[in-house]
Write a protein that binds this ligand. Sequence first.
Ligand SMILES: [Zn+2]
Ligand SMILES: [Zn+2]
Length: 643
Amino acid sequence: MSEIAVVLPDGSELGVPEGATLEDVAYEIGPGLGDDTVAGKIEGELVDKATPVSDGDRVEIVTDQSDEYLSVLRHSAAHVFAQALLRLYDDAKLTIGPWTDEGFYYDITGVDLDEDDLREIENEMQEIVEADYDIERVVYDREAAVDKYESDNEYKLDILEAEASDSDEISFYEQAEFEDLCKGPHVESTGEIGAFKLLNISSSYWRGDEENDTLTRVHGTAFESESDLEAFLTMREEAKERDHRKLGQELDLFSIPTVTGPGLPLYHPNGKTILRELEAYGESMNDEYGYEYVETPHLFRTELWKQSGHYDNYVDDMFLLDVNDEEYGLKPMNCPGHATIFEQNSWSYRDLPVRYAENGKVYRKEQRGELSGLSRVWAFTIDDGHLFVRPEQIESEVNDIMAMINDVLETFDLDYEVALATRPEKSVGSDEIWEQAESQLESVLESANMDYELEAGDGAFYGPKIDFAFTDALGRKWDGPTVQLDFNMPERFDLSYTGKDNEDHRPVMIHRALYGSFERFFMVLIEHYDGKFPLWLAPEQVRILPISDDELGYAHRLKNDLEAADFRVDIEDRSWTLGRKIREAQDDRVPYMLVVGSDEAEAGTVSVRDRKEREQQDVDLDSFIDHLTDERAEKREAPDFVD
Ligand SMILES: [Zn+2]
Ligand SMILES: [Zn+2]
């Protein structure tokens, strides 16, 4: 039997017989690992342990100690849900039921469920978990698989059809009387599911396409332990309270009305005030690091998108339009515009690096069913930066970009993790340029003493990248900024500079964003801060609360002085009680309230109250303004109160 070699996570190679499965690989590494194997990963994709490996595959073994175990457990919980559903509802039909970041869902049809039904299904699920049925993988040939669904489930038939080219071995997973067409992986028995909950019901479309049938989507989650589930549910409640769609409306930040179209957000003055501060901060950093601002239109001839490759790979997500029989496309990315600007000049090695920046609006046609608040939209703005550098300049440029990103994430108190994604199997660019680029990225990370995860083979086909992931105040993880090297676009646009040797050379292009999409970053900030934006971002920074109309004149003088120092100030002049005025300002999350009565007006002072209900009387206005000025410049809440 001939031998093949797989690549282990540490980069070493392991020889195994041809036809070996992931489980065989695990036993090859060690019998203990073999026994503990739940599933595995091939080229980053989570698959069943029975999956055969091929020569050169990058593989990883998943045990119940791996991070991926939770995904496996959740998919098994989805099967337990489906089994319970079929026990209770004869007419229920299953379609697909994958795991997600937060748990799992199953798209079903043929039943009309409400919240009470979910509790009943949970009881049945509990019985199934307690019965601890073995979960077994069974392989059928195509004909037998089709037979199972021919009479009553067109969706499963559709799935079988879509995978027609794959192979004639169709895997099912079975537990007691239940079976489901499924690629796995799964835990060994239903008893492994420690704690679960069905969360809510929404609707979806078959294959995510609104032209197709509407389905019922039941969301659930599962954990290894009851305490993990409790912690998740508490966090979820808090997240609901902080939902950016709810706060966006309450604080009058933005709206997405039906009349303007789906996924096309409108920023109201309060929202735009925050956005302008974010833009200004990003711009000041770009200025400091030598970026030049450019501007490109929203629309280009599709010739450009063909040249950049977007037309071939991205056309389904693009908005296209015909103008005088010529096809145009709204830009899904800013890079081709910037590459074209670079291409308009001739460059010497001395001119590089060239760094272009633009807060560029882009348009991507997401499925309407996938749109949600500011997190998934059709129109959004990226704080894009594109650098054109000589290969040997990669290290110093990436080093600067990392410093900028670090500044941004620290400013918002977002802890982050970093990953380096390297050359995938299919790639463009020479071995030499890949090696040079990867070793420079590694040396940036190492000289910054940064812990990073090596995601071998996870880079884009056109270059390696550094990915940031950050954690918000609720402990949720988000994909953050990316620094992406690109050897492809300079080829496609035939970009060049004249080297010391007087020959033409290709620059390397670096794509980077500090915030990424402003819309998504804004959404994260709303929820991260629970709408209590730090002073520098708060749309209204100070609200003056006169106790009676007699103090209105004094209130206006205070407002003028604060505005002269560039603060955003309002006066609450409705004839409410002071208590109500304070509550309202608190609800509006205004960082500082100045209470002024006759004593303050006479003495020329203010009584300061903040959002945390800290109070200080008899504060002199100048020292309050000094305090505010410091807090604004620091971009974070002052630990002490006024002095
Ligand atoms: Zn499944
Ligand atoms: Zn780009």
